[in-house]
Design a protein around this ligand. Sequence first.
Ligand code: AMP
Length: 194
Amino acid sequence: MNGTTLSMRNLALFGPPGSGKGTQAQLLAERLGMEHIATGDMLREERSRGTELGQMVSSYLSSGKLVPDEVIVAMIRQRLQQSQPERGFVLDGFPRTANQARALTEMLDSLERPLDLVAVLDVGKEQIAGRLALRAQKEGRDDDSPDIVEERIKVYREQAEPVLQVLADSIPVVRLNGNQAVEEVHRQLLESLT
Ligand code: AMP
């Protein structure tokens, strides 16, 4: 913690698979106490616990396709209701469709906790491939294999603009170069948040 005073506390991180959303969200959580809300992690956790939800989403996770909006929106609604407003949150991997973005804005309006900022981590295709190959070795995620990565990047490309269009109506959007060192991206994120 470096004593930074944040005036903005609720953030959505946006970017292709392997752009560093998880790493940056984790850093903000560790250093500022923000809640890290990662839909992918939540779904993988449900799957590994073998819950009804986990069984239902398993094939989406393995194929790199998006889980249906109503499923993910219900899950995130419950999660946000349990969160502590004073900590602020970082959304990682949500929203991923225009419908999810609309549902999120409504949800946060009714909770009176609007999003303060959307930060897009821009990363080139080559970097993505390299980073995900490394992650596949380290973490063994079944959706980091080359053909599924291709599918996930395609899904991101199709949905990114519609999502940002919905959000940019009411929320500031900053674009950061995600190819920089982890600490530099973190520093720029903090700067954008203050
Ligand atoms: P991630 O860990 O964010 O890369 O997400 C892994 C997988 O979880 C995705 O490929 C989707 O199958 C599913 N997933 C995560 N977040 C969402 C979301 N917001 N909407 C739909 N599916 C999601």
